[in-house]
Write a protein that binds this ligand. Structure first.
Ligand code: ARG
Length: 259
């Protein structure tokens, strides 16, 4: 009987120690930023052959987090779900080739711009498009919730096909399901050079009206925004941003308006 008690006490002691070990959760944990992106936007964000997130935005954000001493956990979600996810705090930031627009700045705050973009039209049959009204009567593919989709909706009498993912919109053009795609120029450019489509042609629209990509945070989240901005400044200073630009766009990082 005595033996039995001894074992009991020993077991309780072991459990207590193990239990103490288990309460380590109040020890400081390494802080992690949850970052939302829609990885269908080559070369900014995409999933590579080994199913890893990759691209200019991903490498840029990794560098930002490193400077800020943070870890990153990416969430690959639909583009039109990114801003709502910031609102519900599912994520702390968005990097997704997201244009700083007036409508969006009412809902979220943006970092300094880090990339200058603009819209373009890619036509399947090689027709040059000078004015968007020329797309009237045509089938046009766009990605849902993007500035390209917004532009397309202003054209009267087009057959608009909206896709959740940018890659699906481009695929529809390849398959001949639509006549044109309206999207960001660098993405269309990249598609054209890698697909080597001999007929498709890219036309620049809105060239006088540049779009700037920014990193979005929840409205009022000054802490994260400030950390991102100072990291961006440091990355510009120490040459990391130039190196990234060289890798993806064969040029140094241009000077961006700080707005
Ligand atoms: N720049 C455009 C916008 O902000 C398109 C961005 C799409 N990004 C993406 N990762 N699919 O509306």
């Amino acid at each position: 009987m005595k033996q039995w008690w001894r074992w009991m006490v020993l077991c309780i002691a072991i459990l207590a120690v193990a239990g103490c070990g288990g309460t380590k959760s109040d020890a400081p944990q390494s802080a992690t930023w949850k970052v939302g992106t829609n990885a269908t936007f080559v070369p900014f964000e995409y999933t590579d052959e080994s199913h890893q997130l990759n691209g200019f935005d991903i490498e840029l954000f990794n560098a930002i987090a490193k400077k800020a001493g943070m870890k990153v956990e990416y969430k690959n979600i639909s583009f039109d779900g990114l801003i709502p996810a910031l609102g519900t705090k599912q994520i702390d930031a968005v990097i997704s080739g997201m244009t700083i627009t007036k409508a969006r700045t009412e809902k979220v705050d943006f970092s300094f711009p880090y990339y200058q973009s603009g819209l373009g039209v890619l036509t399947k049959d090689g027709t040059a498009v000078e004015d968007l009204s020329e797309l009237s009567g045509k089938k046009v593919a766009v990605q849902l919730g993007t500035t390209g989709a917004e532009k397309a909706s202003e054209i009267s009498n087009i057959e608009l096909r909206s896709f959740d993912n940018n890659s699906e919109a481009l695929l529809e053009l390849t398959k001949g399901g639509v006549d044109a795609v309206i999207a960001d120029l660098p993405v269309l450019q990249y598609y054209l050079t890698t697909k080597k489509d001999s007929v498709a042609k890219l036309s620049v629209i809105e060239s006088k009206d540049p779009e700037y990509f920014g990193i979005a945070v929840k409205k009022g989240n000054k802490e994260v925004k400030d950390k991102i901005n100072s990291a961006l400044k440091e990355l510009k200073k120490d040459g990391t941003l130039d190196a990234l630009y060289q890798k993806y766009f064969n040029q140094d990082a241009p000077t961006m308006p700080e707005k």
